[in-house]
Design a protein around this ligand. Structure first.
Ligand code: NDP
Length: 308
């Protein structure tokens, strides 16, 4: 156990049953989890905090491989072992809703949680992905969701979080494209009550309507681009000139969508800044230290981890 704690390898529920870490533990749960760079980001920020604040000297962030079927057992066990906070990644963000004591109202609107805080009564669920997206866009592209036309690609969990954040922040309009029409319809129905006066529409990605607004921010929240032979999630050159393209994918750092946008001289950024800022907000929830203060160290650690 000791060597596994010193070496941030992948832990399992079996490690948890004999858990004896004497400090304050944080962790990310997912499946697969070995690709996750979250431990590098969080442990770098914690190490820096510990230099000036002794409260954080024994804080460590771990990663656990947890299958969906094991989540109902893992969450009470992690609570009993007094883990101070958890991040949840694929495939747990929706499944976990049923297993927490309390859900922050904004996370309830998204219908998914990615950050849990230990409380006496049980886990409290938050969602920091929308914050991460908004701050990533600002950091990398100097763009705001507020007042801008958004063209969102995808209708899965990440797209839903992004769409709710766009509407909450008062985007000028939200147009959503998705490969499977049924999934798009379900998402639009869930968003309709939140849209108010903001124009909300859906379309098929292979046939973008001619009247889509120009100068829109295109946000890719599909998985198209994770593999080198994936198709473009939208024929970018057929859109009225977008203002910027943000791809939530960060590994690979350059997707075909981003390469195409660069050829068209459209400013681009990948999802690393979103990962960093959602992580910084989670660490703020756990430590009380403002996310803006944590983000630069986490960004440097993220770049170093991906370069390895
Ligand atoms: P989901 O599985 O919930 O949704 C996947 C979405 O991608 C669906 O809309 C699906 O469309 C679409 N899709 C999948 N394959 C293709 C394809 N070949 N062509 C077109 N569309 C496709 O995944 P998530 O929403 O959780 O994640 C989506 C992406 O966002 C992932 O790449 C993930 O890594 C990234 N992400 C990044 C984060 C960050 O911090 N940077 C945070 C969260 C997610 P359909 O409905 O037709 O199946």
């Amino acid at each position: 156990m000791k060597s596994k704690i010193e070496n941030p390898s992948v832990l399992t529920l079996r490690d948890l049953e004999s858990w004896s870490f004497p400090g304050t533990a944080l962790a990310v749960l997912g499946q697969p989890i070995k690709h996750s760079i979250s431990p590098a980001l969080h442990n770098a920020a914690l190490a820096e905090l510990a230099q000036t604040d002794t409260r954080f000297r024994d804080w460590r962030y771990f990663r656990f491989e947890v299958a969906p079927a094991d989540l109902p057992r893992a969450l009470p066990l992690l609570h009993a072992k007094q883990f101070h906070g958890l991040n949840l990644t694929v495939p747990h963000k929706v499944l976990a809703l049923e297993h927490v004591r309390e859900i922050e109202p904004a996370a309830r609107e998204v219908g998914a949680i990615n950050t849990l805080l230990w409380t006496d009564a049980g886990w409290r669920g938050h969602n920091t992905d929308g914050y991460g997206l908004a701050h990533g866009l600002r950091a990398d592209l100097r763009r705001e969701l507020h007042g801008n036309h958004i063209l969102l690609l995808g209708a899965g969990g990440a797209a839903r979080g992004a769409a709710v954040e766009c509407l909450r922040q008062g985007c000028a309009s939200l147009s959503i494209a998705n490969r499977t029409a049924e999934n798009l319809r379900t998402l639009l129905a869930a968003l309709a009550p939140l849209a108010g006066d903001i124009p909300l529409r859906g379309f098929a990605p292979e046939a973008p309507p001619a009247d889509l607004p120009a100068e829109a921010i295109v946000i890719n929240a599909t998985s198209a681009g994770l593999r080198p032979d994936d198709p473009l999630p939208i024929p970018l050159s057929s859109l009225a000139r977008p203002a910027a393209v943000y791809d939530m994918i960060y590994n690979p750092p350059q997707t075909a969508l981003l390469r195409t946008a660069t050829q068209l001289r459209i400013p681009t950024a990948n999802g690393l800044s979103m990962l960093v800022h959602q992580g910084a907000k989670a660490l703020e929830i756990w430590t009380g230290i403002p996310a803006d203060r944590l983000a630069p160290t986490m960004a440097a650690a993220a770049n170093a981890a991906l370069a390895r």
